[in-house]
Write a protein of this length. Structure first.
Ligand code: C2E
Ligand code: MG
Ligand code: MG
Length: 752
């Protein structure tokens, strides 16, 4: 408001200065005969100074309506007015004594005219006007009192009262006018914005309805949008025109219902998205509207703008769909699964029930993807999702989290057996063979589950805990379901610590190799030693290979560790008699590593061990991951002259085909069959017999693993295994003890 007031000052500055100068001219004329010219000149200069100062301030306030004006600005404006008034008072004080009463009356007339002029010209600054009128008026009154002209005192008082009153009134009406002006400008802006929007086609048509919500004054564009002629529309209920068949049934889409409600309640609305039916087609309209009032302020219907936003809406629907669904499988993606789980958890919380989250990972999917290509992998994933979809009920939502990871959200898991049932169904249905592109593919599934809110009160914790359970089931070999247990956290934590230590174990020199003898079944002479890794950790003590080898494989630490084992075993074997071999275990991760062959070559080269004396032990699991690369690597090793042993035969994904295709030097029959055979299990006996027979025909050797007792030894010998390894002949032992078996008494003698 102040801004509005002050900004108008500059407009009248010139006029104001002119009136002051005119008055000053009058004063000079009146007092020229009485007052010395120098005094008149000084007075004129003082007046000029205050006018100049005032004009400066007014000019600085030109933009006051567009910014905040400071207190000091208001104060200096008032100061200028006071200074100016004081100059005028000084005329009364200085000049009156010189002149006669006539001159004094003339001076008063000039001052009174100036006061009036200011009050008229400067309605914006009532305070300055009041000051001016007050100061000059009081000066005049005082001067009349001095001159004993009491009737003039009364006249002056009345005049000043009138001027003051007039200035206040003038200021008030000035302000009202300015405020109204500002409001008008704002309204104009809104109207022009609306018009612009309308013209630019963002709003496509205007619509209007009467008090009974019937369409009136139909615009051609509105008629076009409705697909009807104007006269067909006029007078029809608005809702009927856009509801389509829903008008008869009364079952409006919720957005249309919302529109009807607002019209009924006479509420204005903007950009309301409404689903309408035009000519039998579903469309989306965006409508804005305000109640219309007649001249007496009574409700007179609605008026508004609208546009058809079906296209935008459809493309944004598509984007929304893409953001929530996986493109490859069409299943809900991680985002939607997370949302659904959040929803399920809220529901469970509200109704004191439980929900569940199942995390699914495909077993051996990577092998398929690596060997048969991504195209086939993608097809497989699509089949997997089809099967998943086929088994979930309304109570569940299945989705793909990414890669070969899927998930199921069970909304209501209050039935204890439900999760187990779903998990088992998932494993069962996903493990059935797949027929894709003339390939028959076998994969499996592992499932980990967590129950909410018991196993986690937030979506994140529940997902993490299901993941822990999944990890456990993978660790157990896959194809199983594990539920979350709090101990899994401790296990995971322990694993993390173990991994931390394992990363340093090599540089800290915490590994040692033990050697277990393998003897000839016929003459009981030592034919080889198997190098078995031992880790004596500073933090964890002696850690079993069963624990740290899988960890080293997962973290790929097995690659550097395995290299060390290879070198160390070769270095030790050089010290043994030339006919004794060394067997080194090699994991799939090592074999698939591109530098593996090179590390074998350099171990042999550095130690000078003959290639024929090195035997690499692999398990069947390597063929599952990437059979082609694994075979190629093994063939290269054989080409060097090394032997290849198939370890733990019978425990894995056994297929005798592996044996036939690759020329293994030795098949190691797993300890479980040895035990079985000793207790007379027909299967164990049959398997050992078959393996021995086949090995013989392919000129391969057989080793029975884990022979502990006389009885076991006896059976194995009868079955025809060529070599025997087990506690019966010797446990894995430190290198020194192994050497001692050859009658080499001390370390010194060997190195000498
Ligand atoms: P494996 O290659 O099958 O090794 C034989 C395992 O059977 C050894 O366990 C050995 O101590 C044990 N064993 C031998 N005779 C008997 C017996 O009469 N009775 C019983 N109950 N057990 C017997 P260990 O040393 O605990 O090694 C376990 C597994 O760790 C090995 O199985 C092998 O797969 C892996 N491993 C050991 N060292 C290495 C290594 O340097 N590299 C790799 N990649 N894996 C290794
Ligand atoms: Mg082995
Ligand atoms: Mg073994």
């Amino acid at each position: 408001m102040r801004g509005l007031q002050y900004s108008s000052l500059a407009k009248v500055t010139k006029l104001r200065i002119a009136s002051h100068l005119l008055a000053a001219f009058g004063v000079c004329w009146i007092y020229y005969p009485f007052v010395h010219i120098a005094i008149l000149g000084g007075w004129l200069a003082a007046l000029g100074g205050t006018l100049y100062y005032g004009a400066q301030i007014d000019n600085a306030l030109v933009d006051a309506d567009r910014r905040r004006i400071g207190k000091d600005e208001v104060q200096s404006q008032t100061r200028a007015a006071i200074a100016n008034a004081l100059v005028w008072v000084s005329t009364l004080a200085l000049f009156s004594p010189y002149g006669d009463l006539k001159a004094q009356l003339e001076l008063w007339a000039v001052c009174a005219m100036l006061m009036t002029a200011c009050a008229v010209m400067l309605p914006a600054v009532p305070l300055a006007n009041l000051m001016f009128a007050g100061i000059v008026g009081i000066g005049a009154i005082v001067s009349f009192i001095y001159a004993h002209s009491f009737e003039m005192v009364v006249v002056s008082m009345l005049f000043i009262a009138v001027v003051v009153r007039g200035a206040i009134e003038n200021a008030r009406s000035f302000l009202t006018a300015r405020v109204a002006e500002a409001g008008m400008a704002e309204r104009n802006e809104v109207v022009s914005l609306l018009l612009k929007e309308f013209e630019e086609g963002e709003a496509d048509w205007l619509w209007q309805i009467d008090t009974s919500r019937r369409v009136r004054s139909v615009s051609p564009r509105f008629a076009f949008a409705l697909g009807l002629a104007s006269d067909e529309i006029d007078g029809k209920p608005f809702i009927q025109l856009v509801a389509g068949p829903a008008w008869e049934t009364g079952q409006f889409p919720s957005s249309l219902h919302d529109l009807a409600e607002r019209l009924k309640r006479r509420e204005s609305f903007s950009n309301l998205l409404v689903r309408v039916t035009i000519g039998g087609h579903q469309r989306w309209w965006e409508l804005s509207g305000t109640p219309k009032l007649d001249d007496d302020g009574n409700f007179d219907g609605f008026r508004g703008v609208g546009s058809d936003v079906t296209e935008q809406r459809e493309s944004s629907d598509k984007i929304a769909h893409m953001a929530r669904y996986d493109t490859l499988t069409g299943l809900p993606n991680r985002m939607m699964v997370t949302e659904a789980l959040g929803e399920a958890m809220r529901y469970a919380d509200q109704w004191r029930t439980r929900c569940a989250f199942l995390m699914i990972d495909l077993d051996r999917f990577k092998a398929v993807n690596d060997t048969l290509g991504h195209l086939l992998g993608d097809q497989l994933l699509a089949k997997v999702s089809e099967r998943l979809r086929s088994i979930v009920s309304d109570n569940e939502l299945c989705g793909r989290l990414g890669g070969d990871e899927f998930a199921v959200v069970v909304r209501d898991a209050s039935d204890h057996t439900r999760v187990e049932r779903v998990a088992r169904a998932v494993i069962e249905v996903l493990s059935r063979p797949y027929e894709i592109d003339h390939h028959t593919l076998y994969i499996g599934a592992s499932v980990g589950s967590a129950i909410g809110p018991r196993d986690g009160s937030t979506v994140e914790t529940l997902m993490r805990n299901a993941d822990l359970a999944l990890y456990r089931s993978k660790e157990e070999g896959g194809g199983q379901h594990f539920g979350y247990e709090p101990e899994l956290h401790a296990l995971a934590e322990e694993r993390r610590k173990l991994e931390f230590s394992l990363r340093r174990a090599l540089e800290r020199d915490e590994f040692v190799l033990n050697y277990q003898p393998v003897v000839d079944a016929a003459d009981e002479n030592i034919v080889s030693f198997e190098a078995l890794l031992r880790w004596n950790s500073e933090e964890h003590g002696l850690v079993s290979p069963a624990k740290f080898i899988p960890l080293a494989e997962d973290t790929r630490l097995i690659v550097p560790i395995g290299e060390w084992v290879l070198r160390e075993a070769c270095r030790e074997a050089v010290r043994w008699p030339g006919n004794v071999k060394v067997a080194v275990n090699v994991s799939g991760e090592q074999l698939l590593d591109t530098h593996f062959i090179q590390s074998v070559v350099s171990a042999l080269h550095q130690t000078g061990l003959a290639a024929q004396r090195l035997e690499i032990e692999v398990t069947e699991s390597i063929f599952v991951r990437d059979a082609i690369t694994a075979r190629a690597a093994l063939e290269q090793i054989m080409a060097l002259g090394c032997g290849i042993a198939l370890d733990d035969f019978g425990t894995g994904y056994s297929s005798l085909a592996y044996i036939r295709n690759l020329r293994f030097s030795t098949i190691k029959v797993d300890r479980s069959f040895v035990q079985g055979a000793a207790t007379g299990s027909p299967e164990s006996l049959a398997i050992i017999r078959a393996v021995v027979a086949m090995a013989e025909s392919l000129e391969m050797s057989t080793t029975a693993e884990g022979v502990e007792t006389e009885a076991e030894l006896h059976v194995i010998r009868q079955l025809g295994c060529r070599k025997i390894q087990g506690y019966y002949y010797g446990r894995p032992m430190p290198a020194v003890e192994a050497r001692a078996l050859f009658g080499v008494p001390t370390l010194q003698r060997v190195s000498a």
